[in-house]
Design a protein. Structure first.
Length: 617
């Protein structure tokens, strides 16, 4: 029997490794930009075409490579970062595995132009599917230029499952942001389809955050700084009022490397205990410096999972640091000595005429126990018979306390609801949250907020479908600034926003002016509303639709507007308002559930009520 175990060819092994290292175009940019940082580049230019499907180009002014190093860099496990196993615990570079370039070359067509400062001429190397096509001398500037074309061209299954250009570009921006936030001293430029998305010049860390996410966002951050023998923590955390349902701006960096760490995330959120509503998130940018020998970054090829030797102790330091920053912000008041424009406070002057106190006039002879000679008048009206008619007629508020049952002879209950003959026209509001009404089978309980969400959701969906929404122009337009990733989503949702009543104009620099809002949302902050809509769109799982008016975007938009405008809990409703709400609810296509799948109503059967009152429950 012949042997069955054999070595895989390098091309096959590289494609298998590429499945872990290169997952999408954003992975290519991450690996190439990190290599440029390790090469000592001061300017890194990223050019993307069709969200990375067609072309990805990374240009840096680093130290470049020799002809031999350029060829060897595409071999698997070839790296200049480490030489022995002990170096894994003393890492000061972004890359070290030696798999990135080999994985990229296995699934794409790659061209490399590189030259060192001491060389007169550079090298041009072309590789496709792990095969060297050509290598020849070329004239090029100092540094390296990687051009990756037709990603996954030889792996059709992987290319087929790439998301839409909007989604892939959003992932590219996220990967780009995770690097630029670590190196504010490097000049980063990002172009997509000929348009400049980012041009981040060297600056301080706070200015870099402001350049990426906007000046208004950076104003909601508090500085954090602590030095201990275990670790050092620096960066910024958000103020309590910056909390959002989905922040999307929570970053941990360990020794200059981005990481995901749910355990440390809980440490930060726990410091905001009783400061923000439950389920809300706050932005933070925290940079942790520890001894490289006390962490293990060789957990996953993406290097976003890191193990700590003293995880519990760092958790305590992190929580105390964030609480200290919040304490200094909340408890130390700012003293403003600028009195320009302030009202003048009069100073006491004893030479001026004293102000007399007000005088109170009263009758000293008044005696409430003194008898009056006046005779009591007859207070019984002449039309006393009408009082009997009024007393025998039940009041509307009394009937609302006890919803009419089937046997009630009240004339108000003799007219059933035009939508459902089982519904009573009298309702009772319980704790400003639920509407209780009698039906033939028992007692119906309706959640007033969820009912209004369903009603408004279907109304907004109809407006989006038929473009019948009206816009209310604002007297003073407001401006809202988004991050580049949010701007990509905004461009996708602009037609849907316009169809529902938003009037937005692009001011450039990822900034929009809000000229009009949908009618009926008066009193709401349109800036906050747009941020919530984008947050919901970003967290949606079905973002692969390329159509600008794709159903998921419309549903997200209508659902967020409905939740924002719907009747809040605690609002007192009259019987007529409750009657209108119930009638509109039963005119909806879906009566039982909100767009989010939450129950709107429940019915307590009459048999269960009788059992409870008879003591058999």
């Amino acid at each position: 029997m012949s042997d069955i175990i054999h070595l895989l060819p390098d091309s096959v092994a590289n494609q298998i490794a590429a499945g872990e290292v290169i997952q999408r175009p954003a992975s290519v940019i991450k690996e190439l930009v990190e290599n440029a940082v390790d090469a000592g580049a001061t300017t890194i230019h990223v050019i993307v075409v069709d969200a990375g499907r067609t072309s990805i180009q990374v240009i840096d002014d680093g130290k470049g490579m020799s002809e031999t190093d350029a060829r060897l860099s595409f071999e698997r496990h070839a790296t200049s970062k480490i030489r022995q196993a002990d170096d894994l615990f003393a890492l000061h570079t972004m890359g070290f595995r030696g798999e990135a370039l080999a994985s990229i070359a296995a699934v794409a067509q790659v061209e490399l132009l590189t030259r060192r400062a001491e060389d007169e001429i550079g090298t041009c190397l072309r590789i496709a599917a792990s095969k060297v096509i050509s290598q020849e001398p070329a004239s090029c500037p100092v540094g390296s230029t990687f051009k990756v074309e037709n990603l996954f061209y030889n792996v059709p299954a992987r290319r087929k499952f790439l998301k839409s250009n909007t989604t892939e570009l959003s992932n590219i921006l996220q990967a780009f942001e995770r690097i630029v936030l670590v190196y504010p001293d490097i000049h980063f430029i990002l172009h997509h389809n000929g348009a400049e998305l980012q041009n981040l010049k060297p600056s301080s860390l706070r200015q870099r955050i402001s350049d990426v996410y906007g000046r208004q966002f950076s104003q909601e951050l508090l500085p954090v700084e602590v030095q201990t023998t275990l670790c050092s923590i620096s960066g910024f955390v958000g103020k309590p009022e910056s909390a959002r349902k989905k922040s999307g701006h929570d970053f941990f960096f360990v020794n200059g490397r981005y990481m995901r760490h749910p355990y440390f995330h809980k440490a930060v959120i726990s410091a905001y205990d009783r400061m923000i509503p439950e389920g809300m998130q706050v932005p933070y940018f925290l940079y942790i410096e520890v001894n490289p020998s006390e962490v293990d970054v060789n957990i996953h090829p993406t290097k976003t999972e890191i193990k700590f030797e003293n995880e519990q102790a760092i958790w305590q330091v992190l929580t105390a640091t964030v609480r200290d920053a919040l304490g200094r912000f909340c408890e130390v008041p700012a003293i403003d000595f600028d009195t320009q424009g302030k009202p003048d406070i009069p100073v006491f002057d004893p030479s001026r005429e004293a102000i007399t106190a007000p005088r109170v006039n009263y009758n000293p002879d008044y005696n409430p126990f003194r008898s009056h000679s006046e005779s009591h008048q007859d207070v019984v009206p002449s039309n006393w018979e009408q009082l009997y008619d009024i007393a025998t007629t039940p009041r509307e508020e009394d009937q609302s306390l006890f919803p009419a049952s089937e046997g009630n002879l009240s004339p108000l209950t003799s007219h059933p609801s035009p939508l459902n003959t089982d519904l009573s026209t009298l309702h009772y509001q319980y704790k400003g949250r639920y509407i209780m009404t009698a039906v033939k089978s028992g007692l119906m309980v309706i959640d007033q907020h969820r009912a209004d969400v369903r009603i408004r959701y279907e109304r907004y969906m109809e407006q989006l479908e038929h473009h019948t929404a009206t816009s209310q122009q604002v007297l003073f337009p407001e401006t809202v600034q988004f991050s580049p990733a949010e701007s990509v989503l905004m461009e996708k949702m602009l037609p849907s926003l316009a169809a529902i009543g938003f009037d937005l104009s692009d001011l450039g620099g990822h900034t929009y002016a809000i000229n009009g809002v949908p009618a009926g949302i008066e009193g709401l902050n349109p800036v906050t509303l747009l941020q919530q809509i984008l947050s919901d769109s970003d967290s949606a799982t079905d973002m692969s639709h390329s159509s600008l008016l794709a159903p998921p975007s419309s549903k997200i938009l209508a659902s967020r507007l409905a939740q924002s405008v719907a009747i809040p809990y605690g609002q007192v409703l009259s019987n007529d308002e409750m009657e209108q709400l119930v009638n509109e609810l039963f005119a909806c296509d879906n009566v039982n559930y909100t767009p989010g799948g939450k129950a709107i109503l429940a019915i307590l059967p009459q048999a269960d009520i009788d059992r409870l009152l008879d003591g058999k429950g």
